[in-house]
Design a protein around this ligand. Structure first.
Ligand SMILES: NC(=O)c1ccc[n+]([C@@H]2O[C@H](COP(=O)([O-])OP(=O)(O)OC[C@H]3O[C@@H](n4cnc5c(N)ncnc54)[C@H](OP(=O)(O)O)[C@@H]3O)[C@@H](O)[C@H]2O)c1
Length: 399
């Protein structure tokens, strides 16, 4: 399909960039909605250098900022363009075992805020434009990029670290409720539940909405939170040399092809409210299919964002974790508060390696600068995560 105006979020790298490039080649007018102007313009110039006739525009959009999302939607509206497609592709995660919460500009938990609340708001603000294009006879589609990790059954050993989504604690205010994997799993589950609920609400409008798991693609920004060695392993060994042998890692091109099929392919024309597992329709988790939960999630998401027509929900103050007095004899050998010097079990270390995280073994092999235990920096609510910060244990983008 050609000649449509499509917005792709997070289009400066990985699956989003590759898909935007193909969609331009297909003769569409593609808007690269990226948070960083430099990276966004670099992507635009790369597309233009390969395809000088490409109809491509950069527009600044930070999904971790309500103000930025509103500004983006306003600017799109003033462009006077019709909108035929929205790809909610941008995504982040923290290191899976990281239990330190980070926050968006508005004080939402960062992973849920960026991966679910941001696209929820953006989609709502653009719905009239999408419906209008459908009324005018356009083929109008929304694609939400999810992940197989929404489903604990696909996680093997990591599954023991995740619970069902607690919609009443979407911001992980309950003490001990947060870790990077839980938030990523929940945010991708929320994307699928949002897809199902939105599809029902869009019935009869001509606008379709589907969710996509693009597959495990180690060559994207997936590994930003790992050591250089692990990044190299994931990108060039697992995602490169070993990929044709071990087969399960997929290429960025594969992810982009799956995305392009959903937003522009003829075979899925008119299909709505489905979860696609790479190239074909698949089964999302039982948890994702609970209609009551989908409806409640809708209400809570709109409430937290204080959107018009929703009962507003105030952000809560996080619960303080209970202070436990250690037994006298263990006290002396106990690690400092952040537990960084605790001995790792062999199993934990193996799991960390499997998930691309830095293990104690890796840490021990690094030259020691000083022997004092280091405290982890804790961000407080309302303090924005710096989107440009790429240091380890900070924000990373992942499957
Ligand atoms: N790779 C996989 O194995 C895999 C598997 C399943 C699902 N996914 C999903 O696929 C999508 C694309 O990820 P990818 O693998 O292609 O990783 P990627 O290369 O890191 O792309 C992620 C994109 O999201 C952007 N982004 C992050 N935070 C943002 C924000 N606050 N506002 C706007 N844009 C933001 C990033 O921008 P910056 O460059 O500025 O950081 C980047 O362009 C994500 O939703 C991810 O969850 C990936």
């Amino acid at each position: 399909m050609t000649g449509r105006t499509l917005i792709v979020t997070g289009a400066n790298s990985g699956i989003g960039y590759e898909a935007a490039r193909y969609l331009c080649e297909g003769g569409n007018d593609v808007i690269l909605a990226c948070r960083n102007e430099e990276r966004g313009k670099e992507a635009l110039n790369k597309i233009k250098s390969q395809n000088p006739n490409a109809l491509v525009t950069f527009m600044q959009l930070d999904l971790a900022s309500v103000e930025s999302i509103k500004k983006f939607a306003e600017e799109f509206k003033t462009s006077g363009k019709k909108l035929h497609g929205l790809v909610n592709n941008a995504g982040v995660t923290q290191a899976f075992k990281d239990t330190t919460k980070q926050f968006t500009t508005d004080g939402y938990e960062l992973t849920m805020g960026t991966n679910h609340l941001g696209p929820f708001l953006l989609t709502h603000l653009l719905l009239d434009d999408l419906k209008k294009a459908a009324e005018d006879g356009g083929d109008v589609r929304i694609v939400n990029i999810a992940s197989s990790l929404h489903n604990p059954a696909t996680m093997k050993r990591m599954a023991k670290d995740v619970r069902d989504l607690d919609i009443e604690d979407l911001m992980y205010d309950k003490a001990g409720s947060f870790n990077g994997l839980q938030a990523y799993k929940d945010s991708k589950l929320a994307d699928i539940m949002f897809t199902y609920e939105l599809a029902r609400r869009l019935e009869g409008t001509g606008v379709t909405v589907n969710a996509l798991n693009p597959g495990f693609i180690p060559a994207t920004g997936l590994n930003r939170n790992t050591s250089r060695g692990q990044q190299f392993f994931l990108k060039y060994i697992l995602g490169g040399i070993l990929r044709p042998i071990v087969k399960f890692p997929k290429t960025v091109k594969h992810g982009a092809d799956c995305l392009c099929d959903l937003i522009a392919g003829e075979t899925v024309k008119g299909v709505t409210g489905k979860y696609f597992d790479e190239t074909k329709e698949g089964e999302s988790s039982a948890e994702s299919k609970d209609e009551e939960k989908q409806k409640r999630l809708w209400e809570v998401s709109g409430g937290l964002l204080k959107m018009e027509g929703f009962e507003p929900i105030e952000l809560k103050k996080p619960e303080e974790p209970p202070v436990e007095e250690p037994a006298a004899e263990t006290k002396a050998e106990e690690a400092p508060a952040d537990g960084e010097t605790k001995e790792e079990t062999k199993e934990t270390a193996e799991e960390k390696k499997e998930e691309g995280e830095t293990t104690k073994e890796d840490e021990d092999s690094k030259p020691k600068e000083d022997s004092k235990p280091k405290r982890r920096k804790v961000r407080s609510p309302g303090m924005a995560a710096n989107p440009d910060s790429r240091s380890s244990s900070e924000v990373c983008d992942i499957s």
